[in-house]
Structures are given as C-alpha cells and as structure tokens.
Design a protein around this ligand. Structure first.
Ligand code: PLP
Length: 392
C-alpha cells in the first residue's frame, strides 16, 4: 500500500512541499499525527487558525448553520452574512463590505473597485511595494513583487509598478496625479515580517492628500486582531480607503472580504461585481463566532500579550546569541526572528522537537501562533529554540 505521501507525489501537481507529518487531528494549539506524536503549532494554518483547532464556539456555529442551509445563491439576503458584516463594519469602522472565498479574490475585488473609482478620474496606475505578496491570481500577482511568485507569468496588468519598501524618496518619485491606488501590507508576511516605517507612512499620507489616490491595506495576514490591534495599519498611523481581509476571518473555512469607505463604495453598483460562493453562510457563521471571540472575548488583548512575552524572550535570545539572531520584529501574534543562518535548519530541528514554525525569505523564522496560546506554550517554544541555538 502506498503511503499518502507517495500518493500525493503521483496524484498532484507538485506545487507544494509538504511537511512529513500526516495529521489526523487538531485541538487547541496542538496537532497529532498518525504515529501519535503531538506538535505545538505556532504557525497555525499560516495565520488562519487564530483560535486554534476545534474551537467549540466555531464548531457550534458551523453545526447550527449547516442544519439550516449550507449554500444559498447571492440572489438571497443571508442572515449569517448580515450578522458578520454588521460586526466587521462596527469593529473596523468601514461602511461597506463584499465577501469573497479567499485572500487573492479579495485583492482582485479591491483592484476592480479601484479601477472603477479611477475610471472617471483619469487615474490608472496601481502601485505595490517591493518584497510584497498579495496572492496568486493575475491582478494580485501584478501587485506582488517577490520574483519567485512572478517568474514566467508575464505579462502582468498594465500600469502597475512597485515602490521600494520604506524608501520615501522612491515613493515621491513614483507617485503623481495618475496614481490610482497604493496597495500595501503594513507588516509584510511572506516578505519576512517587515514593518512599514512611520516616516514612509507619513509621506504616503501626505502624498495621498496632495494627489487623491486610494490607499488599500492588505490585512489578509496581519488583520483580525493578530497584531494586538484589529488592523496592522493602526500601528503605523495610516487610514486606508479600502482594506482586504481573509485567512482568520472564516475560522478555517474559506472566506475573505474587502471593505471600503462610503465614498468608494458608491462605485460598486448592481451587477458590476459578483461571486457564486463568496460569503458562504457556513463560513460567515463561523466568521461571526471568530470575530466575537477576538473582539468581545478578549483574544485581541491576548494576542498583544503573547507578542510582548515572545518579543522579550526573543530579544533575550538575541543578546545571548548575537551571531545567530540579527533581528526581532513584528507585533502580537505576527513575529519574525531573523537569523544569520539558514532558517530551514532551525525549523526542521524545532519540528523534530514537536514545535511547528515556518521560515520565510530564507532566514526569517515566522511565528503566527493562535491567540489562545498559553504562557507555558510560549515558554516551551522559547526553551526549544534556545536549546537549538545553543547547539549550533
Ligand atoms: C498578505 C497576503 N495577501 C494575500 C494573500 C493571498 O491569500 P489567499 O492565499 O487566501 O489567496 C496572502 C496569503 O498568504 C497574504 O499573506
């Protein structure tokens, strides 16, 4: 009998490098594999599992909704969508929302919204930042800058370009009256946990006042309270016109959204955009449970506390191993530890010791723990990392 790993190799397009772990179940912050080995998961579904695995409130919301209906077309008003929209807009202080199935579709929707908005204003140019990641569809890829995601997919959308990350001079040179929108991740996830600087953001806001373009925040990874504030851009003093979210919002079910101010919302009128599955009622019911836990259940505060604890510990490790750790950055449950050695080496050793983290941009350990992680779980991760660094 071939193993699932062997079958995977022969059945699938080989787009993923799978971990050698055959997961059979997940509870809280832990995954268990077929051999009964438990893993403490500190990259929780790449920022999806904000409440860990099998959260009772999410499971109950899913169960209750599946007993009512699993799908209705968007010809119908759907109560779970309305309940999620109400809460999301109340917390985010945006005016309107459109639900999608994924992050990249939310980015595509935001691009289309920007295009419609710019059509009457003679504005065409879309700008992203260097080192960015916005998704895999062609529009999102046009704004993504990381070459490894773009190679071989040319040509991209016309009138797209990239500003060097945190380079205010490059920003000034690329923005003009034709600029339609600037897409940014306040904290770059795939790009290595890079945080936008205040100086860059102040310049961006000043240029926006002068030229009147749209600011679009990609909060797919950094949003939903992950950084201790509801959106990552709140750390850097920006006020975008449009924000895109996904990942954690669906509690593990596929869901994304773009939100806009009243001003931009008026450009999306009947029939100009749509989706079959976007805003699936089961995903939205799960989403409302997630949001209630994050906002009213104190988990956003907990995300912040986890960050304070982990950052202090990582900085301690940096002092002890200055030749191995070159930087510690991020907020809350979105942290990066930049190493001077290959990150994968450390990730593999952590996995042997039952800790799952991820490595991005070759040398950056990326920590995306669930907001329910306990102090003991954080300390366990630190102790194991300490032991590995000591052995290097
Ligand atoms: C910042 C950011 N934008 C967009 C995406 C794309 O989201 P999805 O994979 O749901 O299409 C991701 C996914 O990792 C992301 O981190």
């Amino acid at each position: 009998m071939p193993t699932v790993f062997e079958l995977e190799q022969s059945l699938f397009f080989q787009t993923y490098k799978r971990l050698p772990v055959d997961v059979i179940e997940g509870h809280g912050c832990y995954l268990t594999d077929r051999q009964g080995k438990r893993y403490l998961d500190f990259f929780g579904g790449l920022a999806v599992n904000a409440l860990g695995y099998g959260h009772p409130r999410i499971l109950e919301a899913i169960r209750a909704q599946t007993e009512r209906y699993v799908h209705l077309s968007n010809f119908f008003v759907q109560e779970p969508q309305v309940r999620l929209a109400e809460k999301l807009l109340e917390v985010s202080r945006f005016s309107r929302v459109f639900f999608t199935n994924s992050g990249t579709e939310a980015v595509e929707g935001a691009i289309k919204l920007a295009r419609k908005w710019g059509a009457k204003r003679g504005k065409k140019q879309l700008l992203g930042l260097s080192n960015s990641f916005h998704g895999r569809t062609m529009g999102a890829l046009s704004l993504t800058e990381r070459p490894k995601y773009r190679e071989g997919y040319e040509p991209f959308l016309p009138n797209t370009d990239h500003i060097r990350f945190n380079d205010a001079q490059d920003l000034r040179s690329k923005i003009n009256g034709e600029t339609l929108a600037v897409f940014f991740e306040p904290i770059q996830g795939e790009g290595g946990l890079n945080v936008l600087s205040r100086e860059f953001c102040d310049e961006l806001s000043a240029l926006q006042k002068k030229h009147g373009f749209l600011l679009v925040a990609d909060e797919i990874q950094s949003g939903m309270g992950r950084t201790g504030r509801f959106f990552g851009y709140q750390h850097v003093g920006l006020r975008p016109d449009v924000v895109v979210v996904a990942k954690a919002i669906g509690g593990g079910l596929p869901l994304g959204a773009f939100l806009g101010t009243e001003e931009v919302a008026s450009v999306l009128t009947f029939g100009v955009h749509g989706t079959t599955f976007g805003g699936n009622p089961v995903a939205c019911a799960a989403g409302r449970a997630v949001l209630d836990e994050i906002v009213d259940g104190g988990l956003m505060k907990r995300a912040e506390e986890i960050g304070v604890r982990l950052i202090a510990a990582f900085r301690g490790l940096q002092q002890r191993y200055p030749k191995l750790i070159s930087d510690v950055r991020g907020f809350g449950c979105m942290l990066g530890v930049e190493l001077s050695v290959e990150g994968q080496l450390v990730v593999d050793r952590l996995m042997d010791r039952g800790i799952l983290v991820n490595c991005t941009n070759t040398k950056v350990l990326r920590f995306l723990p669930p907001y329910i992680a306990t102090d003991e779980e954080c300390d366990k991760v630190i102790a194991e990392l300490d032991a590995i660094l000591a052995s290097l």
